[in-house]
Design a protein around this ligand. Sequence first.
Ligand code: NAP
Length: 248
Amino acid sequence: MRLKDKVALITGGGRGIGATTAFLFAEEGARVGIVDLREEGLKEVAAEATQKGFQFKTFVGDVSKKAEIEGVMESLVQELGRIDVLVNNAGIAISRPFLEKSVEDWVKTLEVNLIGVFLCSQAAAPYMLQQKSGKIINISSIRGIDHCGREGIMDYSASKGAVINLTKTMAKELAPYINVNTVAPGHTNTEMTKSLPEEVRRNMIEGSYLKRLAEPEDIARAILFLASNDADFITGQILLVDGGFSLK
Ligand code: NAP
């Protein structure tokens, strides 16, 4: 019960890594809120939670819209009394070759993957500072590591690199009360990778020294570590969970 009585909000919790993290947090004693764009995914996750004996608070909201996210945070704190852990997990990737990449692709990607992290953190921080405690975990990507950006998603790679930089700056500015860290997943078995051509998925597995994709649980366990008291003296760090992919 490493998160006993903690209140956590997970963005992009309607499926994938976010939903898996929500279940793991609940199993570890947390009271959990999830926010996502679509009500459908939220309902499915909440129904599964109920079956497992947990009650999730669900919020439809866009992480890139300041007013929506402030409203979500206010409702969460009103309903559950506080916020101890924020997981900035919502993210998108738009795959298009460099010469076809548009300004719209760039703006959308940066709005969700980077400014979304900023807005959600800015909405949570006042409550955490008032409590004099809090943990923020930002989800970057192996593609955000300096030499690991990928063709076709240069905007995604840049946004995830910027999340690492933002994490370090936030860790300084929100110290000593809020720990801010990053988890950078390698290729993970979710909707985001399921739609990729088989050859690309095969190359991803070959590129990993552990010779498999990550399962969402692999990533969720790293997020749990950084959210728990075990990581009380860790801030501004990046935890790579990539089966050794970045060693190449
Ligand atoms: P996923 O299966 O695509 O799930 C992402 C969730 O975020 C979806 O439910 C999506 O909603 C939601 N979302 C998207 N934009 C949003 C917004 N503006 N506001 C609120 N929610 C939004 O992705 P995943 O694979 O679990 O990835 C989770 C995080 O890990 C992302 O940040 C991703 O970049 C990162 N990551 C993933 C991998 C991987 O291989 N899967 C590798 C490295 C890093 P919709 O369903 O409506 O789009």
